[in-house]
Design a protein around this ligand. Structure first.
Ligand SMILES: *Cc1c(COP(=O)(O)O)cnc(C)c1O
Length: 453
């Protein structure tokens, strides 16, 4: 898009993504082949991803150049604004200074297009005709559908059943961008049919939808698979958020003491946090970095750090991550994007190394925080982002208790304009907290693959 905005913004958009891997004090565990349990090579992943993406997945380069075609698309909404939440500070009567990076200004309404555009670009360049994917809340599906429309690729989306029913407008958005959407579990795949045979009323899960998308992509030579979170290349593309924030915080004359993000698969959190964690590793920052997850699906705070599959039907490679077990189906909370059994291997590794912390928040506390934020700042956060807001407010109140003037930075990763039913249900008293489903998780963890580690 050639626009005046582009001409103005061009210089402010980073020219390269930040790869945290070469900065890590201990390298992350290798990804293993599901059959042999040996480390996978680029060729093993070639049926699913274009080679340029695979090379980014395993790259040790500290900086990876952002293609000009991708920067031009970014320029429609990037750099995204960094706001100081002055009215929220006042409402909380806190000495803390609260900043938020707002990713809801993208056309799809979240951070997801940062990687969708890059993935569609690389696929187009390597001749992919169709991208197949899954979506939880519909944020990723609509972002990829938009990116596919930009680059002239077909898009097929398996949408988790509970969101397909709860969020018809997200589906309409995907279809407006030209994508085909099926509720998951579906009858279109072996994985979907197997689940439906056992659980005819399954509400679905990201793990199941991933199985369906991977299955379809692997069987069709003209199709590839795209994942919206979890993997290294996705987190890499999202670092454009944190790189901009570094510069913007400098312009504001403040340095964050606490960085907060919500975690589903870990990509928006990593996108904001990794450039700051890189500085922390180099001794240039002492910031605490806090991941906030839902209490109903608490992989980081209650999961086990071990090898597991990324999907329910066990078609994906094995990755070492905090997991609740790949067959675990999380309760139907409204933050659909946070209903994933696992966590990005890189985010998991950082938690294991003690470079980040994690907390879990209940659904009702998250919505209470989101409503308070909306009344102060005028932006309705996505239900996922409410978890980050809750984490930031908790930090601000702690600063007040301690009488400490602290700088808090959080990622407002998306707006909630397509999630108003969740707010209607919240105000009608229909939302509930879910206790951590300990028994189901124990069962799912008992089924973990036996990998020597
Ligand atoms: C998808 C999504 C998430 C969860 O995914 P991450 O990879 O953890 O970022 C969170 N917030 C929003 C708005 C999303 O669309």
């Amino acid at each position: 898009m050639e626009s005046i905005k582009y001409l103005l913004a061009e210089d402010r958009i980073p020219r390269a993504w930040y790869n945290i891997t070469p900065d890590l004090p201990v390298p992350p565990a290798p990804v293993l082949h599901p059959g042999t349990h040996q480390p996978v090579g680029p060729d093993d992943l070639a049926p699913l991803f274009p080679m340029s993406v695979i090379l980014q997945e395993v790259s040790n380069e500290p900086r990876i150049e952002i293609p000009e075609e991708v920067r031009q698309v970014y320029a429609q909404w990037r750099p995204t604004p960094l706001f100081r939440a002055r009215r929220l500070e006042k409402m909380l009567d806190t000495p803390a200074r609260i900043y938020y990076k707002y990713e809801g200004v993208s056309p799809a309404g979240s951070h997801k297009p940062n990687t969708a555009v890059a993935q569609a670009y690389y696929n187009k360049k390597e001749g992919t005709r169709r991208l197949v994917t899954e979506t939880g809340a519909g944020q990723w599906g609509s972002s990829l559908a938009m990116a596919c429309a930009f680059f002239g690729i077909e898009c097929k989306v398996f949408m988790v059943r509970v969101s397909y029913d709860q969020k018809p407008y997200r589906r309409a958005l995907m279809e407006a961008f030209g994508a085909t959407v099926a509720p998951s579990p579906s009858r279109e795949t072996d994985s979907g049919r197997a689940i439906l045979a056992e659980h005819p009323h399954s509400t679905g899960s990201l793990g199941i939808a991933i199985s369906e998308a991977v299955e379809v992509a692997a069987k069709d030579p003209h199709s590839k698979y795209a994942l919206g979170s979890v993997l290294n290349h996705v987190l890499l593309h999202q670092t454009v958020i944190g790189l901009e924030a570094l510069e913007q915080m400098e312009m504001a004359g403040d340095d964050p003491d606490v960085i907060v993000g919500c975690t589903g698969g870990g990509s928006n959190f990593a996108g904001l946090a990794f450039p700051f964690v890189g500085r922390k590793i180099k001794g240039k920052s002492k910031a605490r970095v806090v991941a906030v997850e839902p209490a109903a699906c608490p992989s980081l705070t209650k999961g086990r750090f071990t090898y597991d599959f990324g999907d329910t039907a066990h078609l994906t490679p094995l990755v070492k991550m905090y997991t609740l077990g790949s067959i675990f189906v999380p309760p139907g909370i409204h933050a659909g994007g946070l209903r994933y059994h696992g966590m990005s291997p890189l985010v998991s590794h950082l938690l294991d190394l003690g470079l980040i912390e994690a907390i879990a928040v209940q659904q009702l506390d998250a919505f209470a925080a989101g409503v308070q934020f909306a009344r102060a700042e005028g932006i309705i956060p996505a239900p996922e982002a409410n978890h980050a807001v809750a984490g930031a407010i908790r930090e601000a109140l702690r600063a007040k208790q301690e009488g400490a003037s602290r700088v808090i930075l959080f990622n407002l990763c998306g707006h909630g304009h397509f999630d108003m039913q969740a707010y209607i249900d919240y105000h009608a008293g229909k939302l509930q907290n879910y206790d951590y489903p300990a028994d189901e998780v124990a069962m799912a963890l008992a089924g973990l693959p036996a990998v020597e580690v």
